[in-house]
Each structure stands twice: as C-alpha cells, then as structure tokens.
Design a protein around this ligand. Structure first.
Ligand SMILES: Cc1cc2nc3c(=O)[nH]c(=O)nc-3n(C[C@H](O)[C@H](O)[C@H](O)COP(=O)(O)OP(=O)(O)OC[C@H]3O[C@@H](n4cnc5c(N)ncnc54)[C@H](O)[C@@H]3O)c2cc1C
Length: 527
C-alpha cells in the first residue's frame, strides 16, 4: 500500500491548484487523476493541426489567475481575449466600460418599444460592475507573492477587506434568480431572453449579470487553456509532487483513511482533498467502523448531497473550416456570445422542454427534431475561434471553431437510451452549422472540412461530473454546500475526518475562479 501525507483526488484546476500550493510548502503530496492527463474541464486538444478547448474557452482572471502565475513563476504568455456580443447582424466588441452603453444602444435599436426597460437593466448591470471592481478588479493582496513586511501590506489589506466585506454583503442580498429580477425591470420577454438565456436556470442575479464585467477580464494563454494546465503540472513536478494518471478512485474507507482505485490498488492518507464529483465521494465512501455520532453526521450530509443535482450542461460542436482567420475576424473577435434571432428562446428551453421530457415515451424523432430546430434558431451560442487569439492554433489559411450552448443532461440520457444518440449528435452539428451559416458566418456551411461534437454525456463520461454539470450545483434546488462568500473558508470542510473538498461542487455559484479559490483554501486546511 502507498502511504502519503496528503492525497489529492482529481487533477482539474481545483486539484492542481491545491497540489501546487502544497508542494510549494514542501508537503508530501500525491495527486491521483482518472484520465491520461490533468485539466478536467480546462484543457485543450489538437485534431489534424486544429487546436480546440475541451471545456472553458478562456480563463477568467478574477484577481486570481494572474497572481497564481506570478506567485509560482509559471512560464505563460497571456494573450488578449476580446469578447464580442452579437445579435443578428449587430456586433459589439467589449473592450471598455463604455461598451455597456453601446450595448444599450443596440438593444434599443432592436426593441424600440422597450427603451426604458433597457435603461433599467443597463443601470443594474452598471451597479454590479462597480461591485465587481472591488471583488475582482484589484489583485487580491492576500495572494501577494511574499508578505515581506506586514506593516507595508496591512493598510492595503484593511482597506481592501472593508470594501470587500461591504461588496460581499450587497452580493449576498442579490441572490434572487435572475429571471425573477428581470421581471421586475422589464416585460418584453425577447429582451429578457437576450440578456439571460445563456445563463443557468435560476442563477442568482448578481452572478448572472456580473458576466458583463467579466467579459473584460477574460485572458487566453498562448498555446491554449491546456498550456496553462501543462505549466501547473510542470510546476508541481518541478517541486517534487507526484502525479499518477489513469488512476480512478472507486472506494474510500473513511475510518482507516484508505483509498482504493479501479485496479484494486490502495493508498493511505493522513489528509485528503477530494477535487472531483461530490456525489461520487459520498457514494463510494464506506462509513463502517465510524463512531455513531460521526456516522450520523456523514449520513445526514450524504442525504443532502444526493438529493440535489448539477446545473445544465453544454453541447459543443467543433468545426475545422477551409476559410482563413481573416474571414471570421471581419465579423467579430475570437470569443463571441451570439444570438441569431432577436425573438429569443421564449418558452422553448423551459416549458416546451419540460413537456417533451414528461411525455418522452410518446415523443417521436420528428417531434424532437422540430423542437431542436427552434432551440437552435432562437438560442444564444458561445463561439470560440482559438486562431483569432493565437495564430498557432490552426494550419495556415484555415480556422477551427467551437460553437456551444447550454444543454439538458436528462434529455441527452433519454436520447441515448432510445439508441438515437449518434444520429442526434450529427443533427445538432448540422443545425449549429446551419444556424451560424444563416447569420453571422454565411460562407461556413460550404467550407467545413470536418466536424464532431461533445454532449452533456461526454462531459459526464470524461470527468465523472454528475449530470454533466460544468459549474457544480443547479440553482433550481436547495444547494447542499456553502453559498455565502462570508463562509467561503468553511466550504472545503466535509463530514469525514481529515477530508476536504475543492472545486466546482464545494461552493456555489462555481466556475474556474471558485475552483482555484477552494483549491487554495483546502490546501491551507491541510496543516
Ligand atoms: C464549455 C465550457 C465552458 C466553460 N466556461 C467557463 C467560463 O467561461 N468561466 C468559468 O468560470 N468557468 C467556465 N467553465 C467551467 C469551468 O471549466 C469548471 O467549473 C472548472 O474547470 C471546474 O474545475 P474542477 O477542478 O472543479 O473540476 P473538473 O475540471 O471537473 O476536474 C475534476 C477532475 O477530477 C477527475 N476525477 C473525477 N473523478 C475521479 C476519480 N474518481 N478518481 C480520480 N480522478 C477523478 C476528472 O477526470 C477531472 O480531471 C466552462 C466549462 C465548460 C465545459
């Protein structure tokens, strides 16, 4: 049996951050990752000379990524990642604070009868942007590389903390689902759809609308998101950290602090950080031998965790096009949130989807495809074109494109169970390509060299994320983990002795920044 002081399970951004923080302090750490490489939902891969991102299309700095690069002296070149917002034939590059008001002009143009409603929405976003400047705008002084002289650092920390606490208080109060909040500001359903239809259902309003400020905060590592991950891996290894790939943990004996992998190999730990799926942690843990009180605590937590589900997942279509990057550059930047039709999704993604799921046994393929066509026509897409940010991302004169949108895991599972999965994926590819070819990139459909796709099921299969979730818990149920930023430090604690959690399931709302943050907090707890 292998015995390590600290074992980290899961080599996504959370597990890697935790591991690096620990090895940097000369701790004896072993990182176990089920796949052949680290990164999880932050990764890149290459196919026939085209480089694509598996998950997050870029990094949100959030006052965390750049300090991380500096603190651990990572050799990463940061490239610009300009966001474009597009509706039908109007596009806007978000490159300054003023862009918000240009966006308002576009909305007023598209919805002339709703100018007051646009103003109210834009004013709310403006106030959130001011809060976000406090939260993420300045690099967090607590992550400064070396606290050389506490007296020098103290005033800035105190000032920052006061502003930070005031902001967090306001944020905690803005936890209403964004749909309900928008209802107070506007009645025009299409306008509300355009603002919010690419957010997860019931996202707290602050988190949803704060994305307008994060658009200016995206960065793209030279070599892709995967190059950043590779740097983290190399930094861990350079400090003597041990990473084992193709090692999937399938059993945990909490009382004796022993992990078991799928090949039957055992690992003993003093402390463990679980940076993978939380339902999996509670499902595979045996509480045998635990004292009655500890066992009760564990079972109560397990019940709460198992009763909830992950947020919506994503469908992504990867396309290699025989078109030069200049063709796409003329239309927009390399990272676009695009809605081809101002009418918006309306009830297609909510009521109509629910009806389809409820009477699934009687649904015919033709009916499903009719729904899918509407879903694609009125939806909002995230379009990523790596070569527009990094010229090395595609063969000369050609372009790789990723088009994605939020997608329901349950529907994907039902389609698989009917045996329609492969055909359905091809249909989605066809429709995504048709949609953008009928709008922003008309030449695309005749220039596709090859395409393929990933579904919510692929995400579940690859990283073991419940319901294929990319950002942890759904906002539609009672979230079983810490949701208040005031309590973030306790988010990593579990009902198991010396076991901490990190990553997208540890705190909500989640994403790249909270995965990094919880990774660092969990590492700190392993004193
Ligand atoms: C298309 C897409 C776009 C996104 N865009 C954004 C964005 O714009 N902004 C943002 O903030 N976030 C975004 N995200 C979300 C963000 O990428 C994730 O929330 C974040 O990367 C989660 O990191 P993690 O380490 O918590 O989990 P993961 O990346 O899921 O890592 C978990 C790791 O654990 C491993 N593992 C699982 N089970 C086991 C086991 N039993 N044994 C060993 N190893 C195991 C997995 O293989 C994986 O490597 C996006 C994600 C996707 C897919």
């Amino acid at each position: 049996m292998i015995h390590k002081d600290i074992i980290v399970v899961g080599g996504g951004i959370a597990g890697l951050t935790a591991t690096l923080s620990l090895v940097h302090k000369d701790r004896d750490v072993l990182l176990l990752e089920k796949n052949e490489s680290c990164g999880g939902l932050m990764n890149s891969f290459e196919r026939d000379g085209f480089r694509f991102e598996v998950g997050a299309r870029a990094l949100v700095n959030a006052g965390l990524v750049k300090p991380l690069i500096k603190e651990f002296a990572l050799d990463i070149e940061i490239l610009r990642n300009t966001i474009t917002l597009g509706i039908e034939d109007r596009t806007l590059k978000v490159d300054a604070e003023q862009s918000l008001y240009h966006y308002a002009d576009i909305l007023k143009d598209l919805y002339p009868a709703s100018k007051d409603e646009v103003d109210r929405i834009i004013q709310t976003i403006h106030e959130i942007i001011e809060d976000m400047k406090v939260l993420y705008g300045v690099d967090n002084p607590l992550f400064a590389k070396k606290k050389k002289n506490i007296m020098i650092l103290a005033p800035s920390v105190v000032a920052w903390m006061l502003k930070y606490l005031r902001t967090i208080y306001r944020i905690n109060k803005m936890d209403t689902p964004f749909e309900d909040y928008l209802d107070l500001l506007a009645t025009n359903q299409s306008l509300k759809d355009i603002i919010g239809q690419h957010f997860f259902r019931n996202t707290p309003v602050f988190f949803a609308l704060s994305y307008f400020s994060l658009y200016n905060d995206y960065i793209y590592p030279k070599g892709g998101v995967g190059a950043f991950i590779q740097e983290l891996v190399e930094a861990v290894e350079a400090r003597g950290g041990d990473i084992r790939y193709k090692t999937e943990i399938v059993g945990i004996d909490a009382e004796n602090k022993v992990l078991r992998d799928s090949a039957g190999k055992e690992y003993r730990y003093n402390k463990m950080i679980w940076a993978a799926d939380l339902k999996a942690l509670y499902t595979m843990t045996s509480d045998e031998g635990m004292a009655k009180q500890a066992q009760d605590k564990f079972r109560t937590r397990k019940q709460a965790v198992m009763a909830n589900k992950g947020a919506e997942s994503v469908f992504s279509v990867f396309i290699a096009a025989d078109l030069p990057p200049e063709y796409f550059h003329e239309k927009a930047s390399g990272h676009v949130f695009y809605t081809p039709d101002r009418r918006g999704l309306g009830t297609v993604h909510t009521t109509e989807l629910q009806t389809l799921l409820q009477r699934w046994d009687t649904v015919q393929k033709e009916e499903l495809y009719l729904w899918l066509e509407k879903f694609c026509r009125y939806n909002t897409f995230e379009i990523s074109i790596p070569v527009l940010r990094d010229p090395d991302a595609a063969p000369p004169g050609k372009t790789g494109i990723i088009i994605s949108t939020l997608f329901d895991y349950k529907l994907t599972s039902l389609i698989r169970a009917r045996g329609w999965y492969e055909e359905f994926k091809k249909k989605v590819e066809e429709l995504f390509i048709f949609t953008v070819s009928s709008s922003i990139y008309p030449n695309l459909k005749d220039k596709v060299l090859f395409s393929f796709s990933t579904s919510p099921w692929s995400i579940y299969e690859r990283v073991g994320s419940s319901e294929g979730s990319i950002v942890g818990w759904s906002f539609e149920g009672k979230i079983p983990v810490v949701t208040s930023m005031f309590k973030m430090a306790s988010s990593v604690k579990t009902a198991l002795p010396d076991v901490y959690i990190a990553g997208k399931w540890a705190f909500s709302p989640a994403g790249g920044p909270t995965a990094i943050m919880t990774g660092r907090i969990a590492a700190k707890q392993c004193k």
